[in-house]
Design a protein around this ligand. Structure first.
Ligand code: NDP
Length: 246
């Protein structure tokens, strides 16, 4: 039997990149999957079609993570339409980058809203549905562990809060048998960070493996943590960074 057979998952930002790879991988492992998106309705529909082609139920929900009400509604809709919620993956993200002096407080607020406030709201809403064995998996960044270049202060600040969120959730929900984990990808080939961009060579040099991650590399770790292999992992941050922080 597939490891996630009978489970239901919600992946925020599942229309493209790492989120799409996670949604497809969880479905491959047997889960029914809802995913959110904010603008790429066509890409979200394509992921849903692929999941359905694999014989699983899927649902695309437009939900701007900057709006915690929309995120909470996505959790409720997933539980109602897919018959429960076992796995929440907080993945939706943006990549504000640039000189410190150009960063505006509005930019910080937006990054915090999408990366932190949405993850908190989703986790709080999900906690009402998650059964024993439930999982909350958030996607952070290797930049939380090590910032090898300038320009990332705002992004790293917003992602770092997920460490506290994950540890707190582990304590709050551990007594119910629910785990919370943070996965920190390094440079991963997506629209956000294409491996063929001019600045990609510098990122590649920061890795020990000498290459970008494929989104599937990150999805494989998330699937492991979502399945039986993740049963005793909670409150932890897991680097999937090709050795950037080594
Ligand atoms: P992409 O830009 O390729 O995809 C981003 C996804 O998030 C899309 O599905 C997008 O939806 C969704 N999204 C963006 N903003 C919002 C919003 N306001 N509300 C709802 N959904 C939103 O990014 P990646 O796949 O590369 O990144 C995924 C996660 O991984 C992010 O949290 C990112 O910070 C993190 N990460 C990425 C790394 C990398 O090198 N790629 C490295 C470390 C961490 P839509 O398609 O509708 O726009």
């Amino acid at each position: 039997m597939a490891e996630l057979e009978g489970k239901t998952a919600l992946v925020t930002g599942g229309s493209r990149g790492i989120g799409a790879a996670i949604a497809l991988r969880l479905a491959r492992d047997g889960a029914d999957v809802a995913l959110t998106y904010v603008s790429a309705a066509d890409r979200a529909a394509a992921v849903v079609a692929e999941i359905e082609r694999r014989g699983r139920r899927a649902l695309a929900i437009r939900a701007d993570s900057a709006d915690p009400g929309a995120v909470t509604a996505a959790v409720e809709r997933t539980a109602a339409e897919l018959g429960g919620l076992d796995i929440l993956v907080n993945n939706a993200g943006i990549a504000p980058y640039g000189p410190l002096e150009d960063a505006r407080l509005e930019d910080l607020d937006r990054a915090l809203a999408i990366h932190v406030r949405a993850a908190f709201a989703a986790a709080q809403a999900a906690a009402r549905h998650l059964p024993p064995g439930g999982r909350i998996i958030s996607i952070g960044s290797s930049l939380v562990e090590r910032v090898p270049d300038p320009g990332w202060t705002l992004y790293a600040t917003s992602k770092a809060a997920l460490v506290g969120l994950t540890r707190g959730l582990a304590r709050d929900l551990g007594p119910r048998g629910i785990t919370a984990v943070l996965v920190h990808p390094g440079s991963t080939d997506t629209d956000m960070n294409p491996a063929d961009a001019p600045e990609a060579e510098a990122e590649r040099r920061h890795t020990a493996l000498g290459r970008y991650a494929d989104p599937g590399d990150v999805a494989a770790t998330v699937a492991h943590l979502a399945g039986p292999g993740g049963a005793y992992v909670t409150g932890a941050s897991i680097l999937v960074d090709g050795g950037v922080a080594a």
